[in-house]
Design a protein around this ligand. Structure first.
Ligand SMILES: C[S@@+](CC[C@H](N)C(=O)[O-])C[C@H]1O[C@@H](n2cnc3c(N)ncnc32)[C@H](O)[C@@H]1O
Length: 276
């Protein structure tokens, strides 16, 4: 195997967030998620828009980390004859997904983890995952599972966050303490390497920076909480973050404000690949 590829993929073996806590945080956020998930919908639209180029006519589809089902419903509209499985770690998200989906469609719901899919091998033609993989403990484990459940020739398309995501928040916290308050995200080249190592071909990975502005640091923090995106990184502080530390972080972050708004960067990675 190409050494650079292997090193890129190995670098992703770093443990990610605690899964039970991730599931609980997303279940708590499920009811209010849609009201704040603007960026998630925008990224999902872009992810699905690029699918036609892959000349697909899938019959069996899987949405990994389906959440409240925005992409699930779009996929059903796009491929009306197909049967679709919506899978998520958070039971509360799946309930919300089911409540928002019309009856009688060929849609099933599975509570499970991307890194250990409770599905038989080679049973899917198309696998889609929008902004869920950044929560996985190990991206290579999830990609190995994606390959296992896809039939030969099947396609996977996912989006995830890259390293520049929330860099302003990361830098503001770095001025306050030595803890990790923001998850570590893989670079596009590492994602591409991990896909190649997992046995995908026709790999296409793009990254772009999207800067969103907020009325205040508190507004950004409220939105992250509403999305279920609380800090679950292994290096997070084990104690509650005190008011003083939070205040210092907000002050440091607010120094970046321009025209009364603060910027928050999101590096969006889109990845497409075919299983062979
Ligand atoms: C930011 S939401 C995205 C939801 C949806 N795909 C969308 O575009 O709105 C991330 C989702 O991934 C789920 N998730 C996180 N880690 C997961 C894992 N290891 N396996 C399966 N789902 C996971 C969460 O429960 C949550 O519903």
């Amino acid at each position: 195997m190409n050494r650079a590829l292997k090193e890129g993929a190995d670098a992703l073996g770093v443990p990610g967030p605690d899964k039970r806590q991730v599931g609980r945080a997303f279940t708590r956020a499920a009811a209010g998620y849609d009201a704040v998930a603007h960026l998630q919908r925008e990224v999902g639209d872009a992810l699905l828009e690029n699918l036609p180029r892959l000349e697909l006519s899938p019959e069996r589809l899987l949405d990994v980390g389906a959440g409240t089902g925005y992409c699930t419903r779009k996929l059903l509209q796009r491929f009306p004859g197909a049967s679709l499985t919506a899978l998520d770690l958070a039971h509360g998200m799946l309930l919300q997904c089911r409540a928002g989906s019309s009856e009688g469609r060929s849609l099933s719901f599975v509570c499970g983890e991307a890194e250990s899919l409770p599905l038989r091998g080679a049973c899917m033609d198309l696998l889609v995952s929008n902004l869920a993989l950044q929560w996985c403990q190990e991206l290579p484990a999830a990609l190995a599972e994606f390959r296992r459940v896809l039939r030969p020739g099947g396609v996977q398309a996912f989006s995830t966050f890259g390293p520049a995501t929330l860099q302003e928040l990361r830098e503001a916290w770095a001025r306050v303490d030595g803890h990790s308050h923001v998850l570590e995200f893989p670079a596009a080249r590492q994602v591409a390497a991990a896909l190649a190592v997992a046995g995908f071909r026709e790999v296409s990975v793009q990254s772009r920076l999207r800067v969103v502005t907020y009325a205040s640091v508190e507004a950004l923090m409220r939105e992250l909480k509403g999305l279920g995106a609380s800090n679950r990184s292994p290096g997070r502080p084990r104690h509650l973050v005190g008011k003083r530390a939070m205040g210092a972080m907000i002050e440091a972050y607010a120094e970046r404000s321009e025209g009364g708004r603060i910027p928050a960067s999101f590096e969006i990675i889109h990845a497409y690949a075919r299983r062979f």
